[in-house]
Design a protein around this ligand. Structure first.
Ligand SMILES: C[S@@+](CC[C@H](N)C(=O)[O-])C[C@H]1O[C@@H](n2cnc3c(N)ncnc32)[C@H](O)[C@@H]1O
Length: 223
């Protein structure tokens, strides 16, 4: 496990990174990538959206273009203070200080869940994904952006030492283990040679068990 896949270390890291985050972030995660990812989610004007690991509000700002009902959660007060400066403390966005792996919301509270650039710090990503499935309405979608696993040896060694980097195969495993269906992955990149992001969109199964019935029907056809 990487050194930053630890909640208190990640909080300490962001105490300092928050000062420069908005200036260095665009080298790996820029507006074009964010907007491309937002388009993968068909967000409607009355949708209630949760942004997990919302940080300084870079993605929150994009979500506000689609709906006024945006809720943002982060474990770092230093990152959140940068977001308060942009949106007010409880004005355009409802903020919560909390942990992605233990969300302070009732079941089925949201229509859409977004999380960009945060999964790499969570010690138990599948626990967080299970929480996402719990708080999102059945049949609806979540989107998670994380760092794609580097292709070459020295970078792989460095990546493993720092935080979670993962490929499509691992993303598929995590989302399936957390109980999602209709899982798709997109690779995004700011510029050639810069680190790639892996963006996964997945759906919470329907409440009526229709997904299991569909899967059974497909299995029958294949047999
Ligand atoms: C790279 S920033 C991403 C910020 C924003 N989502 C964006 O797209 O720019 C990662 C954020 O995840 C937060 N974070 C890390 N671990 C977390 C956890 N367990 N629960 C909630 N937030 C967490 C950090 O505090 C930080 O603000």
């Amino acid at each position: 496990m990487g050194v930053l896949e630890n909640k208190s270390r990640a909080r300490l890291f962001y105490k300092y990174l928050s000062k420069v985050y908005d200036r260095i972030n665009p080298f790996v995660w820029n507006e074009e990538m964010r907007d491309e990812a937002l388009e993968l989610l068909d967000i409607q004007p009355d949708d209630r959206v949760l942004d997990v690991g919302s940080g300084t509000g870079f993605a929150t700002e994009g979500l506000l273009r689609y709906t006024d009902d945006v809720h943002a959660l982060d474990q770092s007060i230093h990152q959140m203070e940068k977001a308060f400066a942009k949106f007010g403390r409880n004005d355009r966005v409802r903020f919560y200080r909390g942990d992605a792996e233990r969300l302070p919301f009732k079941d089925d509270s949201f229509d859409v869940l977004w999380s960009s650039g945060s999964i790499e710090y969570w010690p138990n990503p599948v626990d967080a994904l299970e929480e996402f499935r719990r708080v999102v309405e059945p049949g609806n979608r979540v989107l998670v952006v994380g760092p794609d696993y580097p292709e070459t040896g020295p970078f792989q060694y460095l990546a493993d030492a720092i935080m979670l980097f993962y490929d499509e195969h691992e993303a598929q495993r995590m989302f399936e283990e957390a109980g999602f269906v209709d899982i798709e992955h997109h690779i995004q990149q700011a510029a050639p040679g810069t680190p790639r992001a892996i963006t996964t969109v997945a759906r919470v199964p329907d409440a009526d068990g229709g997904d299991e019935a569909d899967a059974g029907a497909e299995a029958e056809v294949e047999a």
